[in-house]
Design a protein around this ligand. Structure first.
Ligand code: FAD
Length: 316
């Protein structure tokens, strides 16, 4: 088996279809993309699916877990001959809730946060992070149908071909036995930044003594044309920055050209997210900090001296 017969692609985040379609094309023969409306269908079509299916809208679909029966029904219909099949989704919290239900409905193996997929004559394998990024696990999928959620930034998005065409059909909603209904929505202050796409990133850690000191970090970012991210304690714990901005195994995986790390110790859970940067530059006052084992350029120094000096230098 070097390629799977059928690959299904579905994402609750439309931005992730590019990466998923790249994986689908690598690992599958027939690619079915499932989307939530006509607008998404038009957007996804140039990415090369063989067929696009649009899910029927109902108010119950505000919660994507309710798609489980619908997705299971269409996958079973197409796959009546039990050909090797993969459902590929983005590793989002909601998709993972959906995979749990689909795993039961399709009697399928589920692997979350997958970082690599390999299909050869001996079978189909998925690699994923374990123990908070300290190790990788490689699973052999033994079920005919498998479900994986792909970690962000693992693959380059598929290249769009505006002339690509494929059939687009609608799919009726199949209500689950227990629908989860959304009763109320409240706005949350979300950051619009997508650090996984940023070319230059400054990361700030617990070396920062106070939230107000973020101002100098933002000033430096403005001077460098960089986005600002952080270590997990700055976002979860101190709550000085949005959760979307922390980098690491449970946060964002960088693919930037430069990652400038300020007052971050360099624990493995953080570096799993930072290591994707082409060049890592670290400033830390502790010469024994683990970050100096990863950094391409390291400066033993106090960020409260280095950052103002850099801003001053860049302003000249
Ligand atoms: P610290 O480890 O406290 O380091 C602060 C650093 O700042 C020190 O090296 C210190 O020398 C330096 N410093 C202090 N003052 C200055 C100064 N004035 N100038 C220069 N340097 C200074 N963390 C993540 O970031 N992302 C994750 O996704 C993540 N996932 C995790 C998942 C699990 C299951 C677990 C258990 C942990 C996870 N963590 C994650 C937490 C991680 O293990 C570390 O605790 C965290 O990354 C440390 O953050 P830090 O480097 O900012 O803080």
């Amino acid at each position: 088996m070097s390629k799977l017969t059928n690959i299904w692609v579905f994402s609750d985040n439309v931005e992730r279809y590019g990466e998923l379609m790249a994986g689908a094309r690598l690992w599958g023969e027939q690619v079915y993309a499932v989307v939530q409306d006509n607008e998404q269908a038009s957007r996804i079509k140039p990415l090369g699916a063989d067929r696009i299916l649009i899910l029927e809208k109902t108010s119950a679909l505000q919660r994507i877990e309710n798609y489980a029966e619908t997705l299971a029904t269409i996958i079973k219909e197409v796959n009546s001959d039990q050909a090797p099949t993969l459902l590929l989704m983005a590793a989002t919290k909601r998709a993972k809730a959906l995979t749990a239900r689909l795993g039961v409905l399709l009697n399928a193996a589920v692997v979350n946060d997958v970082t690599a997929v390999q299909a050869d004559e001996t079978g189909f394998f998925a690699e994923h992070r374990m123990y908070g990024g300290l190790a990788f696990g490689k699973e052999k999928i033994n079920s005919t149908t498998a479900i994986i959620t792909l970690a962000p930034g693992v693959l380059e998005p598929a290249t769009a071909n505006p002339t690509h065409d494929c059939p687009i059909t609608s799919v009726s909603y199949v209500a689950p036995r227990q629908e989860i209904l959304c009763k109320e929505r409240r706005a949350k202050s979300l950051s619009s930044v997508d650090l996984s796409k940023a070319k230059r990133v400054i990361g700030v850690g617990r070396g920062l003594a106070a939230q107000d000191d973020l101002k100098m970090i933002h000033d430096l970012a403005a001077a460098l044309g960089a986005e600002v991210g952080c270590s997990r304690p700055i976002a979860e714990g101190e709550n000085w920055m949005e959760r979307e901005r922390y980098i690491g195994v449970s946060g964002v995986l960088l693919k930037s050209d430069i990652y400038l790390m300020l007052g971050i110790s360099g624990q493995i859970q953080h570096m799993v997210g930072g290591n994707g940067a082409k060049i890592i530059i670290a400033v830390n006052k502790d010469k024994n900090a683990p970050i100096f084992n990863y950094a391409d350029y390291g400066l033993v120094g106090d960020i409260y001296k280095v950052v103002p000096a850099l801003i001053d230098h860049l302003a000249r």
